[in-house]
Design a protein around this ligand. Structure first.
Ligand code: ATP
Length: 311
């Protein structure tokens, strides 16, 4: 490899923490994952979403070297060899399992010893995941949220550059979900790349720069969360006249101008994208109507997801 090529490889490594190309996994006659390609940019939080049985766990298991792909390639942290990259990634899949009678701290110490990791990290990791006050309580006394956070602390033991989390919010109550969200954001702000699968799409929308969407084993979207959501047709604009008596006049003006809309009490939802906002403002003004509100209605990731999987 000459200097130019090695520079290109280095740039590629920096760009994507995970690069999946044409990944397929076939069980008997059925493709669990079929020709999947996507990238997870370094230093981002990337959500992995799809209906039940779409192929998320299969993809994650392939990334972790737990199953051998039928075809395709996986590059993780610049390497295609799981033996090389596994020591640089942390993972929590299918709920963490720990010794129930040992404390959180003792469980982490056991794992640190097994992995040849300095046990000094245990205390700082327990602090990072917000378990310092319960560090010496038995694991079996932990709430589900605490168990999940201990699972993340375990995944962080080798100080990984990449964290892969399969359903970390599974079964958590709203408070547990919020704690998990804050923890994931904190980890990402410290420079780690996080690839996280979840069925809680509002959660993913709140934290993920990027999303990868999979359906029937095929990738149907991979890229920026914002771009995905802002490009959907279901976006609209809410307008509300300052005075209720102007509602009918406003409706007439919208009809004459050829807009499609829906009336909800005193508010009108106009089916148009954000570029129509100045036009609506002008239309109201020309008809002697002042608007109390003109605001964009953005489709949520959840609505976008349901539209896309039903397409
Ligand atoms: P969920 O959200 O329900 O966890 P998932 O997206 O993680 O689903 P996978 O567990 O990857 O989906 O499964 C994808 C498909 O592959 C499913 O149809 C599943 O039944 C099938 N599958 C997974 N593992 C095996 C296996 N070991 N043998 C046969 N089929 C399998």
């Amino acid at each position: 490899m000459n200097h130019g090529e090695s520079l290109m490889v280095t740039i590629a490594i920096m760009k994507s923490a995970i690069s999946v190309t044409g990944l397929s996994k076939k069980y008997a006659e059925h493709f669990a994952v079929e020709n999947a390609s996507f990238e997870v940019p370094t230093g981002t939080i990337c959500g992995f979403i799809g209906p039940n049985g779409a192929g998320k766990t299969t993809t994650i298991r392939a990334l972790l070297g737990l199953i051998k792909p039928t075809s395709g390639s996986l590059t993780v942290l610049g390497s295609q060899n799981p033996h090389e990259y596994l020591s640089k990634i942390g993972a929590m899949i299918e709920g963490p399992s720990f010794y129930p009678l040992l404390s959180g701290a003792a469980n982490l110490k056991v794992l640190a010893d097994l992995g040849g990791i300095e046990s000094d990290r245990v205390i700082s990791l327990l602090k990072l995941v917000g378990l310092e006050e319960r560090a010496n309580s038995k694991f079996k006394t932990y709430s589900l949220g605490m168990k999940q956070r201990l699972g993340i602390a375990a995944a962080l033991l080798p100080d990984p550059q990449l964290l892969i989390l399969d359903e970390p919010t599974n079964g958590l109550d709203p408070n547990g979900i919020l704690e998990m969200r804050n923890l994931i954001k904190k980890l990402a702000s410290g420079g780690k790349t996080i690839f996280v699968s979840s069925h809680l799409l509002a959660e993913l929308e709140a934290i993920c720069d990027n999303v990868v969407m999979i359906k029937d084993g095929k990738i149907i979207y991979s890229g920026s969360t914002k771009e995905l959501v802002s490009n959907r047709e279901s976006n609209g604009i809410f307008i509300e006249p300052e005075y209720a008596v102007d509602l009918n006049k406003l409706v007439k003006a919208l009809e004459n101008a050829g807009f499609n809309f829906k009336i909800e009490k005193l508010e009108i939802e106009v089916y148009a994208d954000s570029t129509a906002a100045p036009h609506l403002n002008r239309l109201a003004f020309e008809n002697g109507i002042t608007l109390k509100r003109i605001s964009e209605r953005r489709a949520t990731l959840e609505e976008t997801f349901f539209e896309m999987v039903s397409e």
